[in-house]
Design a protein around this ligand. Sequence first.
Ligand code: SF4
Ligand code: SF4
Length: 104
Amino acid sequence: MAYVITEKCLAERYGDCVEVCPVDCIHPGTYKGDVFMIIDPKECIDCGACIPACPIDAIVDAVDKDPEYAKINADLTEEFKKNPKIETRPPGDQPRKSTNKRVF
Ligand code: SF4
Ligand code: SF4
């Protein structure tokens, strides 16, 4: 099992999750022309630290909660792992997509 970054992150990519991951398994890239982030399913240790760090609730704690994006995370891992790290967005930065709401 592994945690999964869902479609909510697409075009948002706050990056706060990266700061708290103890095994550095969250990687940035571009998907469908938008900024995105994935979790490497082979490295994730299911610690749960990333979920409360995401301001728009874009991470789920099980593959079966979003099988489509679980596959996308896995498929993009090798490519995204090669990308340089990204800066986190400023504190309080509002979501870019109207469908997303900040949860804190
Ligand atoms: S904190 Fe949330 S929106 Fe930001 S990169 Fe991580 S999953 Fe995506
Ligand atoms: S559950 Fe833990 S190990 Fe897995 S991506 Fe989130 S912070 Fe990293």
